[in-house]
Design a protein around this ligand. Structure first.
Ligand code: NDP
Length: 453
């Protein structure tokens, strides 16, 4: 008989926390408690990936309707009704949240719909004042958007606010050049906003392959996004119904809304971690070892709160590895190498492995690259371009990186990611027969490496 109320107490009901809780409880019979102060499903389901992807779909229909006319279709007058879409989106999120709740209930997890804070290596306090003890505590509290510290910052939205906007703003300023800024620039442009995006650096999507960044920026520009590089916002002021934004170049312009998409910080404020001995790193991220264990042996942390690779499937992996390590006696580190991912910009990007720049620093490489106009939209006279690129080790012939900017690039990279993760060589790609006519056949038909300077 355990002296603790629970074998495991999870703080945070997002993707990582829920997975760890229900696998530990449902499959292994571990006694699990879980506290969530907001909605079950966390950032991904409630205010991130899921509603974002629904908005991507919604925003792409404008182009589809236009392109369809070249294919012989005629439609009546088309219009986008944000309120109608929002009603459907909210119903879908409610449905998903109910699924998360029932998954936990059916696995035997005891849930507490309130905030929990850590008060000892084996102890948490709930918002109602009650204390629960647990042999292990798992911190899975995620992250939150960062607001710039400039005058008038309170006038801006952050990504959490996007899904509850009363209307689509006519003139929107997006600040930032990362995933969220670039994805929502495309989404809101597609939904009818006149989007200006301001980014302090020389090119958006820092850290990704340079060619991919350039093709995406060109595509965004062609779709009508006013991309202002090497420029940042320094001041926001309310002027009647508008918000006037002044930038580092001294220009002032009026917008109906401003979005800060300037990064996310781990949710550790006031969680009680440092007083009990857990080490926090930059921006308050929980410092963990390869097994997600903190400086306090009974406390573990997974997902965005650890600021390793901030992606839902990675948090889920970390949760599964935690269960394997702690409750199955099988120490399992999380493999963070060669994680495929997508950025749902318009055009979309799928990527796995090293960028050309990073690979070049590591070893001698060959670069295979092709750009072309995809059949479907080229037929309709659209300028959209697709780019596919393979980075290949000269010594081992292994494909070190694969970067695709194309419609459905996220779907394509999931499969290319298997080959890259398996250690496929360029010759393995070459001996795979093309699927014709598709866009992705180009990934197996690139014959000659580019001349390196
Ligand atoms: P990112 O870290 O991707 O981007 C933050 C952006 O804000 C960068 O362009 C950064 O510039 C800029 N920035 C930071 N500080 C300032 C400042 N003081 N002034 C001006 N600009 C600033 O964060 P996001 O918020 O876009 O996304 C957070 C995380 O969520 C991502 O890293 C990703 O892990 C995850 N995510 C994943 C998605 C997906 O898989 N499709 C979608 C959305 C989010 P600089 O580059 O110069 O530092």
């Amino acid at each position: 008989m355990s002296d603790f109320d629970f074998d495991l107490f999870v703080i945070g009901g997002g993707s990582g926390g829920v997975r760890a809780a229900r696998v530990a409880s449902g499959e292994l019979g571990v006694k699990v408690g879980l506290a969530e102060e907001s909605r079950y499903g966390g950032t991904c389901v409630i205010r991130g990936c899921v509603p974002k992807k629904l908005m991507v779909f919604a925003s792409e229909y404008a182009d589809t309707v236009e392109t369809a006319q070249t294919y012989g279709w005629s439609f009546g007058e088309s219009d986008f009704d944000w309120a109608r879409f929002q009603t459907h989106m909210r119903a879908e999120l409610d449905r998903l949240e109910r699924i998360y709740r029932s998954l936990l209930a059916n696995s035997g997890v005891k849930t507490f719909d309130q905030r929990a804070t850590v008060v000892g290596p084996h102890e948490v306090t709930l918002a109602d004042g009650t204390t629960k003890t647990a042999k292990h505590i798992l911190v899975a509290t995620g992250g939150r958007p960062v607001r710039l510290e400039i005058p008038g910052a309170e006038l801006a939205m952050v990504s959490d606010d996007l899904f509850d906007m009363a209307t689509i703003p006519q003139r929107l300023l997006i600040v930032g050049g990362g995933y969220i800024a670039c994805e929502f620039a495309g989404i809101l442009n597609g939904l009818g906003a006149k989007v200006t995006q301001m980014y302090r650096g020389a090119q958006i999507l820092r850290g990704f392959d340079d060619d991919a960044r350039n093709v995406i920026a060109d595509g965004m520009h062609e779709r009508g996004i006013d991309l202002r590089l090497n420029c940042n916002v320094v001041d926001l002021q309310r002027d009647d119904k508008a918000i006037v934004a002044t930038d580092t170049k001294g220009h002032a312009k009026a917008y109906d809304a401003v979005l800060f998409a300037t990064g996310r910080n781990p949710n550790t404020d006031g969680l009680g971690l440092e007083p009990v001995g857990v080490t926090l790193g930059r921006s308050g991220a929980v410092v963990v070892d390869d097994f997600s264990q903190t400086a306090v042996p009974s406390i573990y942390a997974i997902g965005d709160v650890t600021n390793r690779v901030n992606l839902t499937p990675v948090a889920i992996r970390e949760g599964m590895a935690f269960v394997e390590t702690v409750f199955k006696g099988n120490p399992t580190p999380v493999d963070h190498a060669l994680i495929p991912s997508a950025v749902f910009t318009q055009p979309e990007m799928g990527t796995v492995g090293l960028s050309e720049q990073d690979a070049r620093e590591q070893e001698e490489i060959e670069v295979y690259r092709t750009t072309f106009k995809p059949m479907q939209t080229s037929f309709a006279g659209r300028p959209d371009r697709v780019m596919m690129k393979l980075i290949v080790s000269k010594a081992s012939r292994r494909v070190l990186g694969c970067h695709i900017v194309a419609p459905h690039a996220g779907e394509i990279i999931q499969l290319a990611g298997i080959a890259v993760k398996m250690g496929a060589t360029k010759e393995d790609f070459d001996r795979t027969v093309a699927v014709h006519p598709t866009m992705s056949e180009e990934i197996v038909t690139m014959r000659n490496p580019e001349r390196t300077p």
